[in-house]
Design a protein. Structure first.
Length: 230
């Protein structure tokens, strides 16, 4: 439907503006071919028509700005925006799932949602509806936007037509990156949590004993006080 947008890519400096706008707009209009556009522009950059070092920040800034709009909508108008952005029973279930994921995983879900097809709108909007602290959201989303911009641009810059004309390969690679990052961070989190629990276990076991000893000492003091002649 929006394939004509990709045809706007050329060696012109206006291409950066087009990439920025589309990268920001696809969070509200998921049919916009943002990834195809970035990869195509990066392929042009590989041929010397554009600068890859300007394309990456333009993509990242656009993506970050669009995500902030989605977050603001989720935080301010919530259900009304959800009926427009996430229509139908499937959309509502996706939002509910995303809200639970944000509550339990927070920044990690925002980061991973950027690389999962359809996950960007749900994760950023849900972060707003559950009122995730903005600083936390902005940090996670900034890292996600820059990472997505870098990986999409480098796919086109290094892969050229191979990814430009076979977008499913780029999507599959992005999903693989997201799963790898998720598994690594979640594994670290679980190991760290388990280590903290094991370290605190001796303290938890010693507390009841110390309280029992104190109770016994208090009972002895009371008995001695009662036994004294008045």
């Amino acid at each position: 439907m929006f394939d004509w947008i990709v045809n706007l890519v050329s060696g012109s400096e206006w291409t950066y503006a087009v990439v920025l706008l589309v990268a920001g707009g696809d969070v509200l209009f998921p049919l916009l071919p943002s990834e195809t556009l970035v990869i195509t522009a990066a392929a042009v950059a590989a041929q010397g028509g554009l600068s890859i070092w300007l394309l990456i920040p333009a993509t990242a800034i656009g993506a970050f700005a669009g995500d902030n709009v989605s977050y603001a909508l989720g935080r301010s108008v919530g259900d009304r925006a959800a009926r427009r952005l996430l229509r139908g029973e499937r959309g509502r279930r996706r939002l509910q799932w995303a809200e639970q994921a944000v509550k339990s995983r927070g920044s990690l879900f925002v980061l991973v949602g950027r690389f999962v097809p359809g996950g960007r709108t749900a994760s950023t909007f849900a972060a707003g509806t559950v009122r995730m602290p903005y600083r936390r959201f902005a940090l996670a989303d900034g890292v996600a936007a820059l990472g997505w911009a870098s990986y999409s641009s480098m796919l086109g810059f290094l892969g050229g037509e191979q990814f430009e004309h076979a977008l499913w390969k780029a999507i599959l690679l992005g999903a693989g990156i997201a799963l790898t990052v998720t598994a690594a961070i979640e594994g670290y989190r679980r190991l760290h949590t388990r280590g903290g629990k094991e370290a605190s276990a001796p303290n938890r076991r010693s507390r009841p004993a110390s309280r029992t000893a104190a109770d016994r000492e208090l009972a002895r003091a009371r008995r001695r006080s009662e036994a004294r002649p008045r």
